[in-house]
Design a protein. Structure first.
Length: 338
């Protein structure tokens, strides 16, 4: 049976770490002390045995001391050189790691910004589609359902006229049906108005903001001060819709969270920008369970303003409440389009 032969592994090569360990400072110092001791004792014995106490022996001792000092300086120079080399290598490695880290951070930051921009584009597209759907549904309710309810009301009125005068029960049913039709018509108009107020498309941004403030004052138990100036700029559907929805969201937050007594809604132009301000004197306390929804609403307002090249700031008001300020340019181009 043949004996299996095992090849001995090659000795592990000396790496830089092994060399550094071999020539560590304490080993070099110990070696220098041993060599110095041998040098001093050996030369002293050699001089004493060969020359004795002569002048030449003294000179040799002097030169021996100088040689020892020179050797010491040489060893110190070597050690300092090695230390500088190690420092340089360590510094280069740190710079490489730092450059690599900065590259990775830059790549991840770029990907994060790209993802954020994609999310913003998607949000803008969803908002536009939602506005288109709201407008379509609102017109459908206003036109089709309004027409159908009007026809139904005319038919019921005709039936009421055809009922004999002594049929009180039939006449009462017709009157009840007519009242129900009127109530349905009013409900459909309110739903259509909430989806897409016709005043925004028919009369412009200023009239739309004023209508919002008036509707808010009817529903809220507070005083609403309206300061809406004439906006002498061409209508822009994206810009006007964004400002209208931001004002609507701000007033909704006031109604739900602020417990305000007075609310100021102002709309004005400054240079080439439109400024919308909604300020209240409420508590500003959002510690209720709807806090997360409130924050989402604030983020939504900021994104709507950003989508038309503007910005939204939410800060403490002069009277202790909350002040929402929106500034957008006349042109509704997004920052990426500018």
């Amino acid at each position: 049976m043949a004996r299996e032969q095992h090849s001995s592994p090659d000795p592990e090569p000396h790496t830089a770490a092994h060399v550094e360990t071999l020539w560590s400072p304490w080993r070099v110092t110990s070696l220098f002390l041993v060599v110095s001791l041998i040098w001093i004792l050996g030369t002293d014995w050699l001089v004493q045995t060969s020359l004795g106490d002569t002048r030449l022996a003294g000179e040799i001792q002097t030169w021996k001391g100088l040689a020892w000092v020179a050797l010491l300086a040489f060893l110190i120079y070597i050690q300092l050189s090695r230390t500088r080399e190690l420092q340089r290598r360590l510094y280069d490695e740190i710079r490489q790691q730092q450059a690599l880290l900065e590259t990775r951070v830059q790549e991840r930051t770029t990907r994060l910004l790209e993802s954020r921009e994609q999310l913003r584009m998607l949000t803008r597209r969803l908002d536009r589609l939602a506005e288109v759907e709201r407008k379509s549904i609102s017109r459908e309710l206003h036109d089709q359902m309004g027409s159908d309810l009007t026809s139904l009301k005319i038919d019921l009125q005709a039936i009421g006229k055809a009922i004999p005068a002594n049929d009180e029960e039939g006449a009462e049913r017709v009157r009840t049906a007519l009242a129900l039709v009127d109530s349905m018509y009013l409900s459909f108009r309110q739903i259509a108005t909430r989806l897409r107020p016709s005043v925004l498309d028919d009369c412009g941004l200023a009239a739309g903001i004023e209508w919002l403030a008036n509707e808010f004052e009817k529903r809220a138990d507070c005083n609403c001060i309206i300061e809406v100036a004439d906006i002498a700029v061409p209508p822009d559907e994206l810009r006007d819709t964004a400002l209208f929805r931001i004002c609507q969201e701000s007033l909704t937050n006031v109604l739900k969270h602020a417990r305000a007594v007075n609310v100021i809604v102002s709309l004005a132009t400054k240079e080439d920008q439109i400024e919308l301000v909604v300020e209240d004197d409420g508590t500003g306390d959002h510690s209720d369970p709807d806090t997360s929804q409130h924050r989402i609403g604030v983020v939504g307002m900021q994104e709507r303003a950003f989508a038309v090249g503007g910005e939204t700031t939410v800060e403490s008001g002069a009277n202790g409440g909350t002040r929402v300020r929106v500034v957008v340019p006349y042109d509704s181009a997004t920052p990426s389009e500018r």
